[in-house]
Design a protein around this ligand. Sequence first.
Ligand SMILES: Nc1ncnc2c1ncn2[C@@H]1O[C@H](COP(=O)(O)OP(=O)(O)OP(=O)(O)O)[C@@H](O)[C@H]1O
Ligand SMILES: [Mg+2]
Length: 263
Amino acid sequence: MNQSAVRRTPSGQAQSHRSGRCIAVASGKGGVGKTWFAITLAHALAQRGQLVLLFDADLGLANIDIQLGLTPALDLGSVVSGAASLTDAITHFVPGGFDILAGRSGTGSLAALEPEVLERLLSALAAAAARYDTVLLDLGAGLDRSVRRMAAWADTLLVIATEEPTSLTDAYATLKLYTADRLEGDARLVVNLSSTPAAGARTAATLTRACTAFLGHTPLVAGTIRRDAHVQDAIRRQTPLLTRYPTCPASVDVERIAAMLAE
Ligand SMILES: Nc1ncnc2c1ncn2[C@@H]1O[C@H](COP(=O)(O)OP(=O)(O)OP(=O)(O)O)[C@@H](O)[C@H]1O
Ligand SMILES: [Mg+2]
């Protein structure tokens, strides 16, 4: 691991009161690019001058730290056990210019957080959010109680889908539960791994049509991201995509989504 990539956030950083908008990233189906997208979106928003906290909310199989090659001294496990405050467990990711609250990867020990523990965590996160422009939550796959609660808790939910039918049905199920939990919510669709921008737009249209017809609510489309071999390469090298390949198709697509969200 690259120790110089991470340092503790000095107390006093990011002190002024900021908008603290919380954006959760969910998908239902696993392996569609939530973690990679959340990391890259955090990076893109930081490059636009925002103060960003990336929160690894995949309680079962956290892996933001793995994708970035970090081993922070403190993580969400330290917060839940009471060994550290949430603020103390935040580290600054130097190459990306954003802060990270890492999960506890490889143990699954946070998979079944008691509801009251989760609520305490969300209260602490809401307090910390006031020091940031954006807090991004990388949620786990599936639709368990914690995923559903955090999706509904955030100000905005980005639902990732791909062109695969199983991903479409899981994204639809995510949106259906969200609509039941949040009547006036703000769910937006992201199509990842699209073969072409036009194919991505067709996938988004299929899903939004189903939502309009059966849920009575039409989610906005945040954007589509092309399938791009640079993504796998950057993950293999544990290097942020925007650092290694700043002009590759997937970087351009995520930057467009960041610009739209920052408006
Ligand atoms: N736009 C893309 N182009 C090419 N490959 C991609 C793209 N997005 C994601 N991938 C590939 O998909 C894999 C899974 O991504 P990631 O781990 O971010 O998914 P996830 O939804 O967080 O998975 P999990 O549900 O297990 O948490 C990555 O390792 C990467 O190889
Ligand atoms: Mg993930």
